[in-house]
Design a protein around this ligand. Structure first.
Ligand code: PGA
Length: 250
């Protein structure tokens, strides 16, 4: 059985104090005995304080991004060592907002994936097509390119320490969710691409989250699909009740 992974991606929301409040609410509301891996990704600034809140609980700490160099003159960037030192266990890499607004490419995603995995942390690798790409029949080619790019030179033992987040760009923050079937089909396809890089066993072992306007109302339908193993949650993750309901739905 693949593990379900539900991660809250708080994006550029919440001050440090507000992050601590939300983290405490989430810790309280999420079942500590759940088999689901539950994580929250606050702003970098709040990681340290939120780490104190989640320490010793079932909720894990995630970061929203990382730089691919170890250290040095990279103004504004945060290294894997810095994240690890505050207790981060998972790092989101290649989010579509990074790709769209901040020049993230399949190559930089790959460099980040290597850094995260070399440090022994888990990488959540985000992939997904835009609406024009889907409409022009490029869904599979775009996803393939993103997956092959992200896993370039990643050995199978490290690949097992990754999670893939399928996030159709047109569904992120829009209130438009992929239908259960659309999502399931994309997830099944993603698994075939992973199998072609590694093997079927590896593909079956890697959890694939859905992301894009997931909420308590649609979570159960999506999470009951064969190849959907959790969610990367944006808007709904800013509300502890909604987030906990999604975790329970899994
Ligand atoms: P959303 O964001 O749930 O607000 O659509 C998901 C994400 O971008 O990870």
């Amino acid at each position: 059985m693949r593990q379900k992974v539900v991660c809250g991606n708080w994006k550029m929301n919440k001050t440090v104090d507000e992050s601590v409040v939300l983290a405490k609410q989430i810790v309280e509301k999420c079942d500590p005995d759940s088999d689901t891996l539950v994580a929250i990704a606050p702003t970098f600034l709040a990681l340290s304080k939120v780490a104190d809140v989640v320490k010793g609980t079932a909720v894990k700490l995630a970061a929203q991004d990382v730089h691919f160099e170890d250290d040095g003159a990279y103004t504004g960037k945060v290294s894997v060592a810095m994240l690890k030192a505050v207790g981060v266990e998972l790092v989101i890499v290649g989010h579509s907002e990074q790709r769209q607004y901040f020049h993230e490419t399949n190559e930089t995603v790959n460099k980040k994936v290597h850094k995260v995995l070399d440090a022994g942390l888990k990488a959540i690798i985000c992939i997904g097509e835009t609406l024009p790409e889907r409409e022009q029949g490029q869904l599979e080619s775009v996803l393939s390119e993103q997956i092959v790019g992200a896993y370039k030179d990643v050995p199978v033992s490290d690949a097992l320490n990754t999670v893939i987040a399928y996030e159709p760009v047109w569904a992120i923050g829009t209130g438009v969710t992929a239908s259960d079937d659309q999502a399931q089909q994309a997830h099944a396809f993603i698994r075939t691409v992973v199998a072609s890089i590694y093997d079927d066993r590896t593909a079956q072992a890697i959890s694939i989250q859905y992301g894009g306007s997931m909420n308590p109302a649609n979570a159960e339908g999506l999470l009951s699909q064969l190849d959907i193993d959790g969610g990367l949650i944006g808007g709904a993750a800013l509300d502890a009740d909604k987030f906990a309901a999604i975790v329970t739905a899994g």
